[in-house]
Design a protein around this ligand. Structure first.
Ligand code: HEM
Length: 178
């Protein structure tokens, strides 16, 4: 009947539903700048749950995301040189792969913060300038949004998820560029 027709033509909010049952761990001192930074960009527990809910989607498409990331980085001569001098593309792809999947793990605690501080130091040590770091983040966001856009049919839901990814990447940038 009509009800059935309606429900089949209206995509369900399956990811938002999945998000509600996720277990996340947000353990940040409420009297810290980090907590204030999260409040400032409105990064909430329900967002972290949604990020964890889409982690399998990110994992499924991780090769595509890291490949496009490194393609655009290697197109910049100075960055190609930094990588050649300090690492290999294969090693970095693996590093980024693990890092990205972990970003969607639902854990935001002191270990998460300390890890970002260490990453910042590593990049500083190899002479990676913030402008290139920022560019790399935008590229990463483009790739993640592409995956969401192609795989999440419900338009409202894909927009909501893209917004949450944007918050996560901004938070990450705040921590590494401090
Ligand atoms: C190291 C992530 C941008 C080059 C790392 C590490 C992580 C990481 C997690 C490992 C740090 C550690 O040892 O604890 C990211 C993210 C980026 C980014 C999330 C931006 C969204 C770049 C760019 C370059 C680059 C644009 C280009 C030169 C390197 C190099 C290392 C490194 C050479 C050292 C790797 C090694 O020790 O083998 N990065 N990175 N990164 N990154 Fe990046």
């Amino acid at each position: 009947g009509l009800a059935k027709k309606f429900s089949s033509s209206t995509p369900k909010s399956e990811w938002l539903e999945k998000a509600t049952s996720q277990h996340v761990n947000i353990d940040i001192d409420s009297n810290s700048d980090t907590a204030r930074q999260m409040i400032m960009i409105n990064l909430q527990e329900e967002d972290v749950k949604l990020l964890k809910a889409i982690q399998p989607l990110i994992t499924q498409h991780i090769d595509e995301i890291t490949a496009s990331f490194y393609q655009t980085v290697l197109d910049v001569k100075v960055l190609e040189q930094i990588i050649k001098n300090n690492s290999t593309v294969e090693r970095l792809k693996l590093t980024l792969r693990n890092h990205l999947i972990e970003m969607f793990s639902g854990n935001i605690d002191s270990e998460f913060i300390e890890k970002r501080l260490k990453i910042a130091k590593v990049h500083q040590a190899i002479g990676l300038e913030p402008k290139w770091y920022m560019g790399a983040f935008q590229n990463l966001q483009n790739a993640l949004f592409d995956v969401v856009d192609r795989n999440i049919n419900n338009h409202k839901e894909s927009l909501r998820i893209s917004k949450v990814i944007s918050k996560l990447l901004n938070f990450e940038q705040q921590l590494v560029l401090e």
